[in-house]
Write a protein that binds this ligand. Structure first.
Ligand code: PMP
Length: 288
């Protein structure tokens, strides 16, 4: 039996799970989404993800036709129907079917989609040897143009940066904001360790406020680190003792090089390893 996809309360076989070509999610990237993980049948940081989805929707004046609790129940139904316990969940809400013009008020109503699929893990080699990054020439969209906390269906700013990374032969890249400060990676947040300080750029640096980022900041004191949000320039990254990325799919990935510079001793750092093992314990504790 194939995978079943949820659309507006109904389940469809993966091949038959379709959204209209008139949906403004497709025509204009007009919609919001979440990327979520389930560990051992429990949806990790469920409230944080569902909360962010509702805040994203509110920011683009999109009324989600379900309550946060209903959405949670429907995510669990989707997991169960597909017999999945460790999974990646893609939850999205589009503006719905409209006319060919951009006017969202002409759209018939939001479409809620839930896809639960097996999780494609990053290669183990990345966690053991670390990742090399570039700093992309593509600048992060300024938050006065569009609030970067909104996880919208329009990811072209990040996709263009990702294309730069692929052309440079690396998997990820660091995007700077219009002030030349470090923002985030194309699909992950960034951290550095310097001495006993764990630093990550603030929301004002034009980032998506990652759920994993918050988990890591909360774990910092127990790992003997002082977590701070502060503006950084590329030189701060080059001079870091350790560097790592955080994201729902990636969890915590060590960074060992940026551009042609080595970070620390060129090996994944000890604090990074500690935080990753603490993070994994956290995934076992989360009630879902
Ligand atoms: N920044 C961007 C641009 C992202 O797409 C993601 C992944 N959703 C993140 C950061 C990390 O966020 P999270 O920890 O909530 O997955």
């Amino acid at each position: 039996m194939g995978l079943k996809v949820y659309i507006n309360g109904e389940f469809f076989e993966k091949g038959q799970a379709c959204i209209s070509v008139y949906d403004h999610g497709l025509l204009y990237g007009d919609g919001v989404f979440e990327g979520i993980r389930a560990y051992n049948g429990r949806i990790f940081r469920r409230h944080e993800h569902v909360g962010r989805l509702f805040r994203s929707a509110e920011a683009i004046a999109l009324q989600i036709p379900l309550s946060p609790e209903q959405i949670s129940q429907d995510m669990y139904r989707t997991l169960e129907l597909n017999g999945l316990r460790d999974a990646y969940i893609r939850l999205l809400v589009t503006r719905g079917i409209g006319l060919l013009g951009i006017d969202p008020s002409k759209c018939a109503g939001p479409q809620v989609v839930i896809i639960a699929d097996s999780i494609e893990l990053y290669p183990q080699e990345l966690y053991e040897n670390g990742l090399k990054l570039i700093i992309t020439k593509t600048v992060r969209t300024p938050r006065y143009s569009f609030d970067t906390r909104v996880k919208s269906l329009n990811y072209l700013n990040n996709i263009i940066a990702k294309i730069e990374c692929l052309r440079a032969g690396v998997m990820e890249g660091i995007m700077l904001n219009t002030d030349g400060k470090v923002a985030e990676c194309t699909g992950d947040n960034i951290f550095i360790v310097k001495g006993s300080q764990l630093a990550t750029p603030p929301v004002s640096a034009c980032i998506l406020e990652g759920v994993t980022r918050k988990v890591v900041m909360d774990l910092a004191p127990e790992a003997g680190l002082e977590a701070v949000e502060r503006d950084m320039v590329p030189e701060d990254l080059y001079a870091a003792d350790e560097c790592f990325l955080t994201g729902t799919a990636a969890e915590i990935v060590p960074v060992v090089g940026i551009d042609d510079r080595q970070i620390g001793d060129g090996r994944p750092g000890a604090h990074t390893a500690t935080l990753l093992s603490m993070f994994r314990q956290e995934t076992e504790k989360d009630p879902g």
